[in-house]
Design a protein around this ligand. Structure first.
Ligand SMILES: [Zn+2]
Ligand SMILES: [Zn+2]
Length: 173
């Protein structure tokens, strides 16, 4: 059994070449990965180039530095986040507020508990809540006292008010 020293040196050479090729491939892969990653996170082309350059020059320590410094959210995540915030704000704006003190009020409140501004009025016939400018109840069709329904004469409107007034103290001839 003979030991060939050239075989060993050739083997070591091949091993070194293989290792070198692997390291070179890893190096390039890291630069490409960084470039793709930063493009998903930042719009500025200068930032893209600087990040890729950082990894190209420093390799693994460069990746470490990049991972520490890169923006936490991708552009896509940032966009989703903004959308969510806008939806939330919209929902807040849609809540009714008191015109007097601008505090939140409930839909079924008649009066603001804070500044006592009148928010809604109740129909005198069915008792359901109506918006203040409405002249007629949308639920039962009863006109608001003092308001005339279209096509109704003043007498008819006033007669509507006297329903249940059996004594008839207020008589209109
Ligand atoms: Zn108020
Ligand atoms: Zn009504």
């Amino acid at each position: 059994m003979t030991f060939d020293p050239t075989f060993l040196s050739n083997f070591l050479l091949e091993l070194t070449a293989f290792g070198g090729a692997f390291l070179a491939a890893l190096w390039i892969a890291l630069v490409i990965w960084t470039y793709r990653d930063i493009r998903a996170r930042a719009r500025d082309p200068l930032v893209h180039i600087l990040s890729a350059l950082l990894v190209a020059l420093l390799n693994l320590p460069g990746v470490l530095v990049y991972l520490i410094l890169r923006p936490a959210r991708t552009l896509e995540e940032e966009y989703q986040h903004t959308l969510e915030e806008e939806t939330l704000l919209q929902a807040l704006e849609d809540l009714p507020v008191c015109p007097g003190c601008e505090r939140r009020v409930q839909d079924d409140w008649q009066i603001c508990p804070n500044c006592h501004t009148k928010l809604k009025k109740a129909c005198h016939h069915c008792g359901r809540l109506m918006e203040l400018p409405w002249n007629v109840c949308p639920y039962c069709g009863t006109p608001v006292p003092g308001m005339r329904q279209e096509g109704m004469s003043m007498d008819e409107a006033l007669r509507g008010l006297q329903v249940g007034d059996s004594d008839g103290e207020v008589k209109i001839e």
